[in-house]
Design a protein around this ligand. Structure first.
Ligand code: AMP
Ligand code: GLY
Length: 419
């Protein structure tokens, strides 16, 4: 397992639950993952180091969590050595690494998405802005850890974002190319699809909470909490998403000559006119994975293995009817500056169905578990109702002690209030 976040902790748990009883190694992992499997201190973006580790340990299967090693060609290198890997090669990871490439694919194959134009110079971008409605969305082309998107509420804000990206190069060289995209309105949902060429399996639906503050306020983050299922995606709507978005996207990727074997994460806006693609990611979502995997009754290792081998045709998964909810505990200040090294104290026991997944944690010199990242923990609960899942998760959030502890109080509220 490659990676060190809550997503990877959830994946490690799912792999360990397989009847195949695998021995799991994680690089680099975190303090929580290290309580369950062997962690090796090789960074997730150190492609030569990871390849050497896989060879040295005679690893039989690599599951890649984050996007960076994928876009750096980790899957290409492993495949060349005949080491099976779950996660796309660099050509497939471009669907996340270049928003312009993705938009071109979506437009070429007439997959529903917002109208957009591409720029690498300020004057034509400003000219285009004046022809569009406000709010308007400005996106840097390259990977920006979820920060390269500005939903501008005024023309001035849009112009400032354009200048910051193209002139000031706030998101690096690739971020000097931008995309100006019409704003979509509606509720968002994350559709995770296990893809193997033209075959795929859609995983249970979920909804993320991207803004840092209650009531969807404040800056965008990597995700502050999730729940599954997202009931806003009714079976009829999911069938429409499959027909209009998933099937055409998987076919488009194959038609572009990409042999995609990994997770295709489709961010979708449920607009009044229908579902529309916001983005593709080339990996599992974080914290979507923390609520999606616990609801899968089937062997997740077997599923990912089949996808990596091109043997996904006809695969189906059994899904638990229970609701899952994950509250992310962050270090206060995230997504901007935040402290590290605060000691965390955990409850002595957890009720059935509740788990604490680690994200940014480490051990200090004294052996205590301390904060070591912006998103620190994820408290996940599986229960017969979403209300119960929320109650169980929040009870544990209160019990966890940590000086810089911060979490949203309203994860799942949208679905709970709709009832
Ligand atoms: P992304 O990095 O593409 O996931 O964008 C981050 C967030 O910005 C998304 O989760 C949406 O909330 C928002 N966003 C991106 N594109 C649009 C759009 N065209 N209309 C409205 N909101 C958007
Ligand atoms: N939670 C959103 C993401 O993983 O990109």
């Amino acid at each position: 397992m490659v990676g060190s976040g809550g997503r990877e902790h959830a994946l490690v748990r799912a792999l360990l639950a397989s009847p195949a009883r695998p021995r799991v190694l994680c690089a680099p992992g975190n303090a929580g993952i290290a309580q369950e499997v062997t962690c090796v201190n090789v960074a997730a973006d150190d492609v030569p180091g990871l390849v050497a580790l896989a060879q040295r340990e005679r690893v039989e299967f690599v599951v890649v969590g984050p996007e960076v090693p994928l876009s750096l060609g980790l899957a290409d290198r492993l495949q060349a050595l005949r080491i099976p890997v779950y996660g796309p090669k660099a050509d497939g990871a471009r669907l996340e690494a270049s928003k312009i490439f993705t938009k071109q694919v979506l437009l070429k194959y007439r997959i529903p998405t917002a109208a957009a134009a591409f720029f690498d110079a300020v004057p034509p971008a400003l000219e285009y802005l004046r022809t569009r409605a406000i709010p308007i969305v400005i996106k840097a082309d390259g990977l920006a850890a979820g920060k390269g998107v500005v939903v501008a509420q005024t023309l001035a804000e849009a112009e400032a974002a354009v200048r910051e990206m193209i002139e000031a190069g706030r998101f690096g060289a690739s971020g000097r190319r931008i995309l100006i995209e019409d704003c979509l309105f509606g509720e968002e949902t994350s559709i995770l699809v296990v893809v193997s060429g033209r075959d795929y399996v859609i995983l249970p639906t979920s909804q993320d909470h991207k803004r840092v503050g209650d009531g969807d306020t404040g800056p965008n983050t990597g995700g502050m909490g999730t729940y599954s299922p997202a009931e806003v995606v009714t079976p009829e709507l999911l069938a429409r998403i499959d027909r209009e978005i998933v099937r055409p996207s998987v076919d488009a990727i194959a038609a572009e000559g990409i042999d995609y074997r990994g997770t295709l994460f489709i961010g979708i806006m449920l607009t009044p006119e229908g579902p529309s693609v916001i983005e593709f990611n080339a990996r599992f979502g974080d914290p979507e994975t923390q609520v999606v995997l616990p609801r899968i009754k089937s062997d997740v290792l077997a599923l990912l293995w089949a996808a990596s081998r091109g043997e996904l045709a006809g695969e189906q998964i059994a899904v638990r009817p229970e609701h899952a909810l994950c509250v992310v505990i962050a270090a206060r200040g995230y997504p901007d500056a935040y402290p590290k090294g605060d000691v965390i104290t955990f409850p002595v026991s957890l009720r059935e169905g509740v788990s604490i997944l680690h994200a940014g944690t480490a051990r200090n010199a004294a052996g205590a578990i301390v904060t070591n990242g912006g998103r620190v923990l994820g408290v996940t609960a599986l229960a017969p109702t979403l209300r119960a899942a929320a109650d169980h998760a929040y009870a544990v959030c209160e019990q966890i002690k940590c000086a810089s502890k911060y979490y949203r109080r309203d994860i799942g509220a949208r679905q709970l209030l709709r009832r």
